[in-house]
Ligand binder design. Structure first.
Ligand code: NAP
Length: 283
């Protein structure tokens, strides 16, 4: 078996940032405005605090501003929605991110659905999902979009391939399955009630793991030559695929860290730049 190709999201994100810097500068030159991504974080989840900081740093690197709104763990759904509506009305804000997950007392979907579609740069509103699925003009859910960009960049064929997605969350499994379908893959979506998961995964030309369980996907489930996309990010920088053992069987894989994660942030930033360009009619 040949050495597998590393689908290096970190390097790809860095190279796209160079282009984003140019686009941000053009917006500044033409409009005297700096694009702004507003991030709302509810509570003090350590991982979420880190993600929001990484997103703020990425904004800085391309010359954008970020506006961080911290809400207490005890905030209500209504309070979060009120804050989102304020940001919807704020002309200085071009993108809104509500950091997932919010505390379980909050209706996350209701909050996502209150984000104005023109500022839904993380692609989490149900209407954004529907429009993307129907191949209408829309922003795209950031993590699934990052997976598609990585596969395209590395010229991995999708059309006609058997794709198995493990996980069906609204921000990852479901939208990535629809994106794959729209690229003419034959898609199977697996979840916690799926029977014979191993046998289904064994059929796959491309496996997308979005489970949230460290090293969940085992090497013996993998067909030789399969492409492995690991969207999982668990404590200790561990993905959802047991890559140490699966590496010998696959033809390509996304490393954790340095695969899907950096490209997810990149897609979020890119869609905020796009939102600002659309607002000012810059093409
Ligand atoms: P989630 O909402 O918890 O969804 C997990 C999914 O896995 C669910 O659909 C669940 O099925 C399924 N599942 C759980 N146990 C299973 C089993 N034994 N067999 C088959 N399916 C099983 O998680 P998420 O938000 O989609 O995130 C998934 C992973 O991606 C996490 O590690 C998260 O940290 C990571 N993530 C990474 C990024 C990034 O930027 N890299 C962004 C978002 C998330 P049911 O629906 O039946 O419960």
């Amino acid at each position: 078996m040949k050495t597998p190709l590393i689908l290096d999201g970190k390097t790809l994100a860095k190279s796209i940032e160079e282009d984003l810097k140019v686009r941000v500068q053009r917006i500044k030159d033409k409009t005297n405005t700096t694009p702004v991504l507003a991030t709302i974080i509810v509570g003090n989840d350590i991982a979420s605090v880190t993600y929001v900081r990484m997103k703020g740093n990425a904004c800085k690197r391309v010359g954008m501003d970020s506006l961080k709104i911290e809400m207490s763990e005890g905030a209500s759904t209504e309070e979060v929605i009120e804050k989102i509506k304020e940001l919807n009305r704020d002309d200085n804000v071009h993108g809104i991110l509500l950091q997932h997950p919010v505390p379980s007392s909050i209706d996350e979907m209701a909050c996502f659905n209150s984000i104005d579609l023109s500022k839904d740069v993380d692609g989490v509103n149900t209407s954004t999902f529907g429009r993307m699925t129907m191949q209408l003009n829309s922003f795209k859910c950031a993590t699934p979009y990052s997976i598609m960009k990585i596969l395209k960049h590395y010229d991995i064929q999708i059309e006609g391939k058997e794709v198995v997605v493990i996980g069906r969350s609204p921000i990852l499994g479901k939208p990535v399955a629809m994106m794959m379908l729209n690229e003419n893959a034959t898609v199977t979506i697996c979840h916690s009630k799926t029977k014979n998961l191993k046998d289904i995964v064994k059929r796959a030309d491309i496996v997308i793991a979005a489970v949230g369980k460290p090293k969940f996907v085992q090497a013996e489930w993998i067909k030789d030559g399969c492409v492995l996309i690991d969207a999982g990010y668990n404590a200790g920088n561990v993905g959802d695929i047991d890559i140490e053992n699966a590496i010998e069987k696959c033809s390509a894989y996304t490393p954790v860290p340095g695969g899907v994660g950096p490209m997810t942030i990149n897609c979020l930033i890119a869609q905020t730049v796009e939102s600002a360009e659309k607002k000012f009619g810059i093409v």
